[in-house]
Design a protein around this ligand. Structure first.
Ligand SMILES: [Fe+2]
Length: 175
């Protein structure tokens, strides 16, 4: 197996082997990490926008979503969770800034989102988000950033959080 289209069909096959509720986060990581997109697929779906980062659905299957995102310098996502989905993000080009947030205190009371860590992801590196975790992704580097995102199961809703308020916003996610 050496072509990247084979890698996508192999990933699809592997993801179908187990019911999604029997898959563990660690197993999902092992399955997704060999996944790459061909340059042809990347160029077909990739765009940049001066106003906001762009997101393009490459495919939605019953087991996962596969997206390609393009980020210009200074563009960031909202602070958000992925509801009941895992998130796996691979850096294709550029440098990813990945921030994780805490949104409850020790008594499990909701508080404004508080930054707990910030990491850089470089080409070929992965950033993972477990169910219930909250993060924000973006690009502070001078060059454009391109990332591949796999959500499993497919992401239907997500919640936005804020650093200055305990309010939240529920978002529907459509391909
Ligand atoms: Fe995310």
């Amino acid at each position: 197996m050496n072509s990247t289209s084979d890698l996508l069909s192999h990933f699809m096959t592997n993801m179908r082997e187990l019911p999604i509720n029997e898959l563990t986060f660690e197993h999902f990581k092992q399955l997704v990490m060999p996944l790459q997109l061909t340059n042809a697929v990347i160029e077909q779906h990739l765009q940049f926008n001066d106003d906001t980062y762009t997101r393009h659905f490459v495919c939605r299957t019953p087991q996962f979503d596969l997206l390609l995102l393009g980020w210009k310098t200074g563009q960031f996502s909202s602070i958000h969770d992925h509801s009941n989905s895992w998130s796996a993000v691979r850096v294709i080009r550029g440098i990813l800034t990945s921030r994780t947030f805490k949104i409850v205190d020790n008594q499990l009371k909701r508080m404004p989102a508080r930054l707990v860590s910030e990491e850089e992801g470089h080409k070929e590196q992965w950033a993972f988000l477990d169910r219930g975790e909250v993060h924000q992704l973006g690009n502070v580097a001078p060059e454009n950033l391109v990332t591949m995102h796999v959500y499993s199961p497919p992401l239907r809703t997500m919640t936005y959080y804020f650093t200055d308020s305990t309010q939240t916003e529920q978002i529907q996610v459509h391909p």
